[in-house]
Design a binder for this molecule. Structure first.
Ligand SMILES: [Mg+2]
Length: 250
């Protein structure tokens, strides 16, 4: 048993006893995908005559809208890409092959911009050093997300990777959490989810019975009534404790 000061004590959900695993979101939690996407869309858009002014915001809005539709299984992974391309480049009549070819121009730039955050590896190593399982639960395509993990040098730091394309639903659906936990091999009350999305990573995890910590790198949720950190450097598995500040280390 590990006795620690519990500054998150009683505020991180249902962790009251044994903590066995920490689940991390991938995009904008371990990997800076937002910066990669912004740089890629600026260069790609310029190539196709898109005005830079507001381009990133427009692309981000299209991604958010259609990626959520993909998570709800309303579109396939390829379809959400095609819809985004047609809307962003104003090519409503582009057929699938044309849309795929156009998207490839964005994709290779996006992939070459993937970079992990500097605090990711130290945090994953602290979790492992505490005897806990390190897992990634990401809303995305398994092949792309595993490629992202490998390319950014995180592969050796993560014990289990679960992508929503392998599940019956994406976060925040409770099914996503239940199925991911089964793959990790722990119960909901033995796990904490850490991520940048208040809805998907924190509200979803809490509703599914896990503990949760919001990673608010940009200070976008100052009033959120959930445990909140601004960098993974603040994440100490010894502090993911229950109300009495006690965690049973496995
Ligand atoms: Mg994220």
């Amino acid at each position: 048993m590990l006795r620690v000061p519990g500054w998150l004590g009683g505020r991180c959900g249902t962790i009251t006893g044994v903590l066995r695993a920490v689940l991390f979101d991938l995009d904008d939690t371990l990997v800076d995908q937002r910066t990669a996407a912004a740089a890629a869309v600026r260069a790609w858009g310029a190539e196709h005559g898109v005005d830079d002014d507001g381009a990133v915001e427009r692309w981000t809005a299209l991604c958010d809208l259609h990626y959520e539709r993909y998570q709800r299984r309303e579109l396939t992974f390829l379809e959400q890409r095609r819809v985004r391309v047609r809307a962003f480049l104003d090519r409503p009549s582009a057929d699938d092959d044309e849309a795929d070819a156009l998207f490839a121009g964005y994709l290779h730039r996006y992939e070459s911009g993937w970079t992990r955050y500097g605090d990711a590896v130290p945090a994953l190593r602290r979790v492992r050093a505490a005897g806990l399982v390190t897992a990634v639960l990401t809303n995305g395509d398994a092949e792309q997300q595993r490629g992202k993990i490998e390319r950014t040098g995180l592969g050796g730091e993560v014990d289990v990777v679960v992508a929503s394309s392998e599940l019956s639903a994406g976060k925040p659906d409770p099914c996503a959490y239940a199925e991911a936990l089964a793959r990790v091999g722990v119960a909901a009350h033995e796990a904490v989810m850490v991520g940048d999305s208040l809805v998907n990573d924190v509200r979803g995890a809490l509703a599914a019975g896990l503990g949760a910590v919001l990673l608010d790198r940009r200070g976008e949720h100052p009033g959120a009534d959930v445990p909140r950190i601004s960098t993974l450097d603040e994440l100490d598995p010894r502090l993911l404790s229950g109300p009495d500040g006690v965690v049973d280390a496995p």
